[in-house]
Write a protein that binds this ligand. Structure first.
Ligand code: 2HA
Ligand code: ZN
Length: 280
């Protein structure tokens, strides 16, 4: 048992494993060059039992109104990155760059319980995050994490590859043997849209009903998972495949051989995954 009486909440929360995980992963993502300036955001659904040892959940610091209702997430706890915060700084200023909050009973606001000091706000992409959580939870009750970043080669590929979900997914599958095993459903693509809006949130969440990876052309990628490692691993795998694509397609000699459709099918069979039948 933690002695929560003796230690102020703002210090105790720093011991929480989910805070450490957020500090670690944002740092990795920044070092990969995927989160320049304030690019990227993460939200991580927490269980009340995980939060309670580190935080007095009855102590609300302030209430933040949402202009999109999320009744489906009522009373759920999240740790999120803050709007305008730099991933580069999360490790040195966690309580400024991160926030722990609970969605209100009626789903039209959030109660801030920790962090986002100095009147910080949750990520500007909160509509896309919350709506994607709702969509993924409908598919998988173990779902926990929505992650967005500006993965460099995925963005590059949205300029040089046609923006068609089937051909984009197949190209990625063929770039690294493990891709079809990691994301057998393929990857979704939205049209170019203004970020931060409820509209892009709604469209992202529609795709999340069927996919765990959604590309925002000329902007970045969204990934969903049951854990930080899961969402990160998905994005990392897609980004690696995009990097191989960018390297090989830029090569003067062009691509001389590839993983064939038959080999993709054999891979899926060998690893017991069902590839998206619309794509192969
Ligand atoms: O600034 O990445 O999409 C944060 C973002 C917006
Ligand atoms: Zn972004």
């Amino acid at each position: 048992m933690k002695m929560s009486q003796a230690v102020p909440d703002d210090l105790l929360a720093l011991d929480a494993p989910f805070v450490t995980e957020m500090m670690e992963i944002t740092n990795y993502m920044w070092r990969f060059g995927w989160d320049e300036r304030n690019g990227g955001n993460i939200s991580y659904l927490l269980k009340e039992d995980e939060v309670k040892p580190y935080l007095d959940t009855s102590r609300v610091l302030r209430n933040i109104i949402l202009d999109f209702p999320v009744k489906e997430l009522a009373n759920q706890f999240f740790i999120v990155t803050g709007s305008g915060k730099f991933f580069k700084n999360v490790t040195s200023k966690p309580s400024e760059c991160l926030g722990i909050m609970r969605v209100s009973e009626n789903g039209d606001s959030v109660d801030l319980l920790w962090g986002l000091t100095g009147d910080g706000k949750p990520t500007s992409e909160l509509p896309a995050h919350f709506r994607s959580h709702i969509a993924r939870l409908r598919q998988d009750s173990d779902h926990r994490v929505i992650m967005h970043n500006h993965a460099t080669n995925i963005i590059a590929m949205t300029f040089t590859h046609e923006l068609n979900e089937k051909s984009f997914s197949k190209t990625l599958w063929k770039m690294c043997t493990e891709c079809i095993v990691v994301f057998p459903e393929g990857i979704a693509i939205l049209p170019w849209m203004i970020p931060g809006t409820d509209e892009i949130g709604i469209r992202t969440a529609e795709k999340m009903e069927r996919y765990r990876l959604v590309v925002w052309p000329h902007h970045g990628i969204f990934g969903a998972g049951n854990a930080i490692d899961d969402a990160f691993g998905l994005i990392e795998t897609a980004e690696k495949a995009a990097q191989v694509y960018m390297l090989t397609s830029a090569h003067q000699g062009g691509i001389k051989q590839e993983i064939t459709d038959e080999q993709l099918i054999a891979l899926a069979r060998a690893f017991g995954v069902k590839p998206n039948i619309d794509f192969i």
